[in-house]
Design a protein around this ligand. Structure first.
Ligand SMILES: NC(=O)c1ccc[n+]([C@@H]2O[C@H](COP(=O)([O-])OP(=O)(O)OC[C@H]3O[C@@H](n4cnc5c(N)ncnc54)[C@H](O)[C@@H]3O)[C@@H](O)[C@H]2O)c1
Length: 262
């Protein structure tokens, strides 16, 4: 096992969720101390306790990532707890209701943009200043394969995930010469509660949806949260020292081809 994050401190948002927690487990095993942030306080505390019980140093910090005061607060808490912020996984998100764009609830649209895009901007807005001041740091934002394609029924989610790439590229170009890298990951179809929430709305059964969506990947299966966490860990590490402003597909090959064999 590599200890590539030994001595580093990392903030993870959406840390009580599937991808967030799988990433926390990997980062903790690899030596990082963590500030775990999520709006679901009970689930977050339970997840943090799992890691504490294994001897890892983690701080659970319940917060709404779309709220300016709460985001400023989690960034300051990380500084107060660890004295520095080396890595930031800007990952919290929700799937929202599905409906065609011409029928989409305006209230739901605003909510999805708030939670999936505003929260990402706020995270950058309040964490980057500490990294810039230190002249060192790495950020990974969670985009999606929906950042590269339309996603019928999910106009707000899809627009937010396109926006995630824009935020990544712009921030990357602004802070690169100050020692800070900003990249994003584009998970494909990953087996998580968020995916199940979408499948329940799209298919007769979750199993049918899982099998069908697994076929968009040339690997012919859906992905697991750990498979996203491993790439995030790499991008946050010095091993990715020449990777900046990039979008990393973690999609089993889905975006690479138009499948004509299924
Ligand atoms: N599962 C997939 O197939 C998939 C594909 C592409 C991208 N993603 C993205 O991955 C990220 C993680 O999703 P996941 O699949 O692990 O889902 P998840 O539902 O397991 O995790 C998301 C977490 O975010 C938290 N959260 C929601 N709103 C919040 C807020 N306002 N403030 C703080 N925390 C909040 C939730 O409580 C939850 O714990 C999301 O950004 C999602 O859009 C997921």
């Amino acid at each position: 096992m590599t200890r590539r994050h030994e001595g580093s401190s990392v903030i993870v948002t959406g840390a009580a969720g599937a991808i967030g927690f799988a990433t926390c487990e990997i980062l903790a095993r690899e030596g990082a101390e963590l500030l775990m942030v999520d709006i679901a306080a009970d689930r977050l505390l339970a997840r943090a306790c799992e890691l504490t019980a294994q001897g890892y140093r983690v701080v659970a910090h319940p917060a709404d990532c779309a709220d300016e005061i709460e985001v400023r607060d989690y960034a300051e808490t990380a500084m107060a707890s660890f004295g520095k912020i080396d890595g930031f996984f800007n990952n919290a998100g929700i799937e929202g209701d599905l409906a065609p764009t011409h029928e989409y609830s305006i209230e739901m649209f605003d909510k999805i943009i708030r939670v999936n895009l505003r929260s990402m901007f706020l995270g950058l807005r309040f964490v980057l200043p500490f990294m810039v001041a230190a002249g060192k740091g790495a950020v990974v934002n969670t985009a999606s394969i929906g950042s590269e394609r339309g996603l019928a029924g999910a106009c707000a989610y899809n627009a937010a995930k396109h926006g995630a790439v824009g935020l990544t590229r712009t921030a990357a170009s602004e802070v690169a010469q100050m020692g800070v890298r900003v990249n994003c990951v584009m998970p494909g179809v990953i087996e998580t509660p968020l995916l199940v929430g979408m499948l329940e709305q799209m298919f007769d059964s979750v199993e049918e949806g899982m099998a069908k969506l697994g076929q968009v990947a040339t690997l012919n299966r859906v992905g697991q949260p750990r498979e996203v966490g491993d790439v995030v860990s790499f991008l946050l590490s010095d091993e990715a020292s020449y990777v900046n402003g990039a979008k990393w597909e973690i999609d089993g090959g889905a975006l690479a081809t138009i499948r004509n064999d299924v």
